[in-house]
Design a protein around this ligand. Structure first.
Ligand code: SAM
Length: 410
């Protein structure tokens, strides 16, 4: 019987009688899926595990507290034979054969007429994996194949775009600080399903190389903007591609809403009537210091951290940052986009009361292969940046936490 491969099929069991013989571990594992399939489950067993008993108490199955008796399978569509009594299993198997009821046997797969596949679910599909023949049965291998497929679909390493249910639109995806492993599972899946990806210079660029050849990858920095501002040109590109019915991913560094102009893009899409999903990302403001061994808070050292943009100098009239107030805080100051202006920033903080000896760390290209950390103090940081040729992108951390993780200081 087992020389041919098994024929895979999906049973639609709603309202149909399924008989389960034996209320032990096998039944406990199989019953939830039978219940979920809407089957009319009748358990025949003198005893049951507490979980199986709870299913009976909840009315999810009916339970007859006795051993198997001939005739139990007469009105079944499907049977699971899993008692510890081999002789009863044999008799039940013979009855199933007589009544042409497909039946799974936990004690002897070779003599069963059906096998239970290793199953998993991902976004509207069931993945079911069967061994080709009973002799080659290797449940751990089928479970491992199932796990690999389900995990791959979840995290986007397996690409299986939806063709019927997929809706065109834009996903603003936070890609994390740069290490391709630091994007979210949802972000990675959406990326794998995209037709068009508009990517920033920062973020997990390595993931772009993994995209299938049909995906159009556009470098946001290279979108021509003629009479528009660069951001407006990016918004227009998002809108135009989405209007063509494509799935568009706007891949951004870190989190879309942390100095990422994510809301501007979201609003532009909303005005154009384009559906937009926002997927958060791991912001460089926390993860890059962390990658260099710096916690932004530490018990007894810093009870707050403040994330500030340093893209305009403290005395610039466009600055929205209250630097004098920041100088008075005792916690950690994390500055993004601040490499060019760090000299002026350090001067301002010192002028408003921060100690010149306050430790400073600059972490360049954090979480990537090129990551480097340069240490200084508020008094020396301007010269250090020049001497050590620190370049953007870098996260600057100011405060006592910088010293916490240093060798010899912990
Ligand atoms: C326009 S902001 C975007 C921030 C991003 N949305 C986030 O949440 O991380 C760009 C700045 O983030 C910082 N940055 C982003 N990724 C970085 C990385 N891998 N290493 C160091 N700094 C990074 C730098 O300060 C850079 O100038």
């Amino acid at each position: 019987m087992a020389e041919h491969p098994a024929y895979p099929v999906g049973l639609r069991l709603t309202g149909r009688r399924v008989v389960v013989l034996g209320g032990g571990q096998v039944a406990q594992r199989r019953l939830p899926a039978l219940i979920a399939a809407g089957a009319d489950v009748r358990l025949v067993s003198p005893e049951a595990t507490p979980s199986v008993e709870a299913m009976a108490d909840a009315g999810e199955i009916t339970w007859e507290r006795r051993g198997y008796a001939d005739g139990d399978l007469a009105d079944a569509w499907y049977a699971l034979i899993a008692t510890s009594d081999t002789e009863a299993n044999e008799r039940a198997s013979a009855e199933a054969e007589r009544h042409r009821v497909w039946c799974v046997r936990s004690d002897d797969a070779d003599r069963a007429t059906a096998w239970t596949p290793a199953t998993g679910h991902s976004e509207g599909v069931t993945v079911a994996v069967l061994t080709t023949d009973a002799k080659g049965r290797d449940p751990r291998h089928t479970a491992a194949v199932r796990d690999a497929v389900v995990e791959g679909l979840r995290d986007g390493t397996l690409v299986a775009p939806h063709h019927r249910t997929r809706t065109a639109g834009v996903a603003l995806v936070g890609g994390g600080p740069g290490d391709p492993d630091l994007i979210t599972v949802r972000g990675r899946r959406l990326l794998a399903e995209a037709d068009v990806v508009i990517a920033d210079r920062l973020g997990p660029r390595d993931l772009l190389a993994e995209l299938p050849p049909h995906v159009e990858v556009i470098d946001a920095a290279k979108i021509p903007y003629g009479r528009f501002m660069a951001q407006e040109a990016i918004n227009n590109a998002l809108i135009e591609h989405a209007k063509q019915g494509k799935s568009v991913v706007r891949l951004k560094g870190g989190d879309p809403y942390v100095f990422g102009r994510g809301m501007e893009e979201f609003q532009a899409l909303a005005e154009a009537g384009i559906p937009c999903t926002v997927v958060p990302g791991i912001s460089s403001s926390i993860s890059v210091p962390g990658a260099a061994g710096i916690p932004v808070t530490h018990r007894g050292v810093a009870h707050e951290f403040t994330v500030v943009s340093g893209h305009v100098a403290p005395d610039d009239e466009r600055s929205l940052v209250d630097w004098p107030s920041l100088a008075k805080l005792t916690g950690t100051l994390v500055i993004l986009m601040g490499v060019d202006k760090i000299g002026r920033i350090a001067e301002t903080l010192i002028a408003h009361g921060k100690s010149p000896d306050t430790p400073v760390a600059l972490v360049q290209e954090g979480t990537t292969a090129a990551q480097r950390r340069v240490d200084a103090t508020l008094a020396t940081v301007a010269d250090t940046v020049v001497a050590q040729e620190v370049r953007p992108p870098a996260v600057i951390v100011i405060g006592e936490v910088v010293a916490v993780g240093r060798p010899g200081t912990a």
